[in-house]
Design a protein around this ligand. Structure first.
Ligand SMILES: Cc1cc2nc3c(=O)[nH]c(=O)nc-3n(C[C@H](O)[C@H](O)[C@H](O)COP(=O)(O)OP(=O)(O)OC[C@H]3O[C@@H](n4cnc5c(N)ncnc54)[C@H](O)[C@@H]3O)c2cc1C
Ligand code: SF4
Length: 507
């Protein structure tokens, strides 16, 4: 690596000025992130939105963090309870069998906790906590009883061989890709399974421009495509269309599919298409040092951390804010890689780095974001991408509720570190722009009423019955758990529904 993994700063500033904000976009894995000049979008500079994207076969499943948590009825009922957004048209019981289905297929390791706010799943054996995490877990159990619980992260990474794939060997840099296919991604898992059916046609370099609408039949007839390499315009015809190009890309395709009947975008009779953009609020937490354990060292590079399920507004009710947050993070021991922060120079510095540093621990919160119509996307009338497709203009900012969650995270994280016996506790609240958590959701929400939502309870457009949208665009709220396993469960559920509807000749 010419730049020792740090990346070519000038090239990053020129070509990936947005993507470089993502921790995983480095010299090794930068090729999985888009070129921002070819894939522009616009926003008010006073309200930045960091849209982190991967436009290759496999999408961002190649670089994702693999943390997977089920949602519960606390989450599906949230909008209905406090009135932000519209009530979800489904509840946990509707999606639970599909979580089972997806988890069995992808392979998820984790610990069963029996908590109502974070339902257990079909887990492979959990990874182990290290000594710093164990001591903080025990301290928290003593101080907070069952109210605040620390567990190993639930991850789509194999701890035992599963479905013909090998168990993880703890090498660490997963965002570069995994030669043993031990973590779930589309290219190593779903696409090979689809290929086995003999019915898969995979056509890379196919940029969908818009959906073709047949006004006479009041149905979509296919998609307009641009070949990314030759720029040749193509049309693909289909009986049923699943848009699953990622939250904002699917909405962009619909906004770009205007017809005389749908002048503001396909399936937008409600006017809700593009509205209620959300992302998790990330940036509140605390760091500390864990004394002792000088005779212990981490073994290998466990590609996972800890999780603390939501405890705010679960049983009681916090006066200051709505909804809640969970924590990720973990313990580790500083090694030679602390070279940037270790004072010293030359031989003395090298010798100092040979001695491992102290154990440390960090909690990093992920908070729920309220759905608000003032956070929205539209087509920018002046900007197109490298293929001539109109780009998005994004309007998004945090509200006071998210800011209060971030502040509360820093207080409760410090309390938990103190309970675990940590020293030098440093709470923090970072001001991260929306988008950077890479959990963008909403803009084509599900709902019961076609007047206030774009999709029905099966991710089917209320207005155009043979178009389904099953990525994060469909989400009516964000909960605080990482969302991708919920997109997968909703997609599997919608696909099964569409197949039955096709058999009944309804589609
Ligand atoms: C560094 C990182 C860490 C993350 N960690 C987690 C985590 O721990 N847990 C979690 O739940 N989520 C995590 N995420 C988010 C997760 O990756 C996404 O939620 C998930 O990949 C979304 O899946 P998707 O299929 O909807 O979109 P994507 O994975 O973005 O895939 C979209 C696909 O559609 C294609 N596409 C887009 N537009 C068009 C078009 N016009 N025509 C044709 N094709 C198109 C793209 O090429 C791509 O193949 C993380 C993301 C990143 C980058
Ligand atoms: S740490 Fe495990 S999942 Fe990650 S790349 Fe290595 S083997 Fe694959």
């Amino acid at each position: 690596m010419k730049f020792r993994g740090m990346g070519d700063r000038k090239a990053l500033e020129r070509d990936q000025f947005i993507q470089r904000h993502c921790y995983a976009c480095n010299e090794y894995s930068g090729k999985f992130f888009v070129n921002d000049r070819e894939n522009p979008y616009t926003f008010d500079p006073a309200k930045p939105f960091h849209w982190i994207r991967g436009r290759q076969v496999g999408g961002r499943s190649i670089m994702w963090g693999r943390q997977v948590y089920r949602w519960s009825d606390l989450d599906f009922g949230a909008n209905g309870r406090d009135g932000f957004g519209v009530d979800w048209p489904i509840r946990y019981a509707d999606i639970a069998p599909w979580y089972d289905h997806v988890e069995r297929f992808v392979g998820v390791s984790g610990e069963r906790l029996g908590l109502s706010q974070l339902p257990d799943g079909q887990f492979l054996p959990p990874m182990a906590l290290n000594c710093a995490e164990q001591v903080v877990k025990e301290g928290m159990a003593k101080r907070f009883g069952g109210e605040r619980v620390l567990t190993i992260g639930r991850v789509a990474i194999l701890t035992v061989p599963h479905g013909g794939r090998a168990a993880c060997h703890y090498c660490g840099p997963c965002e570069r890709g995994c030669i043993t296919h031990s973590y779930f991604n589309s290219i190593g898992t779903t696409l090979p399974a689809a290929r086995v059916t003999g019915r898969l046609t995979l056509r890379p370099y196919s940029v969908v421009h818009s959906v073709i609408y047949d006004a006479e039949r009041d149905r979509a007839a296919g998609v307009r495509v641009i070949d990314a390499q030759t720029r040749e315009p193509l049309e693909f015809r289909a009986r049923v269309i699943f848009l699953c190009a990622s939250t904002l890309e699917s909405t962009r395709i619909l906004l770009n599919s205007k017809t005389p009947r749908f002048a503001t975008g396909l399936a937008n009779s409600s006017g809700e298409l593009g509205r209620n953009l959300m992302d998790h609020a990330m940036g509140g937490g605390a760091n500390g040092t864990i004394p002792g354990f000088e005779d212990r060292a981490p073994h290998g590079h466990r590609p996972n951390g800890i999780y603390v399920p939501r405890f705010r507004n679960v049983k009681g009710s916090e006066p200051d804010f709505l909804r809640g947050y969970g924590f990720q993070g973990g313990g580790g021991r500083a090694g030679w890689d602390r070279v940037a922060s270790q004072p010293g120079f030359g031989r003395e510095l090298k010798q100092a780095l040979r001695t491992p540093g102290p154990w440390h621990f960090g909690f990093y919160g992920f908070g729920e974001c309220l759905p608000r119509p003032t956070n929205y996307v539209e087509l920018d009338p002046q900007t197109v991408d490298a293929w001539g497709v109109p780009a998005l203009r994004i309007h998004c900012e945090w509200s006071d509720n998210e800011r209060k969650l971030l502040h509360d995270m820093s207080v409760t994280a410090a309390e938990m570190l103190e309970a675990g016996g940590a020293r030098d506790i440093a709470p923090f609240v970072d001001d991260n722009p929306p988008g950077l958590t890479i959990h963008e959701m909403g803009t084509a929400r599900m709902g019961r009423d076609p007047k206030t939502s774009v999709l029905n309870a099966h991710n089917q457009c209320h207005d155009v019955k043979n178009v389904f949208v099953t990525d994060g665009a469909c989400m009516a709220s964000t909960a605080c758990q990482n969302p991708s396993i919920t997109y997968m469960a909703l997609t599997a559920r919608a696909a099964a529904y569409a197949v039955e509807a096709m058999k009944r000749r309804e589609l």
